[in-house]
Design a protein around this ligand. Structure first.
Ligand code: AMP
Length: 118
């Protein structure tokens, strides 16, 4: 395996380091954020490493769609769908991305307020 693909999230996908996994299938894995910012804070990642949203191609459309549908399903299972929630992808430096393995943040369980602090 290319070591460039060996992110902390790929190790979670492969079961090499522990995580509180809430869902997995052939394309994506979802687990609770280790440092939750909201009562529900789940990360949904592709099983195959894509470093950032800026790196996706047409071949990735199925996995990107799966990530969003799984986010909606997990939100329903977590009981936050009715009140609402936020999904967020940080991209590269200005986006504040820390882990270079594409991931979608599912956040909810309280009002989240405005989107970006001025
Ligand atoms: P981002 O800033 O969008 O790259 O978000 C990275 C997220 O990954 C942060 O919210 C971290 O708390 C979370 N994180 C880092 N390491 C782990 C881990 N081992 N298990 C679960 N979440 C993690």
């Amino acid at each position: 395996m290319d070591m460039a693909e060996d992110t902390i999230f790929s190790k979670i996908v492969r079961g090499e380091i522990p995580a509180d996994i809430v869902y997995r299938d052939d394309l994506v894995t979802a687990f609770r954020d280790i440092n939750p910012l909201t009562p529900t804070h789940v990360l949904i990642v592709p099983n195959e490493t894509i470093p950032t949203l800026a790196d996706v191609s047409a071949d990735d459309e199925a996995v990107l769609g799966r990530m969003l549908r799984v986010a909606a399903d997990i939100a329903a299972a977590e009981g936050i769908a009715e009140d609402g929630y936020r999904v967020m992808i940080n991209c590269r430096d200005h986006g504040g991305q820390e882990v270079y393995h594409l991931h979608l943040h599912l956040m909810g369980g309280r009002p989240l307020g405005g989107m970006v602090r001025r």
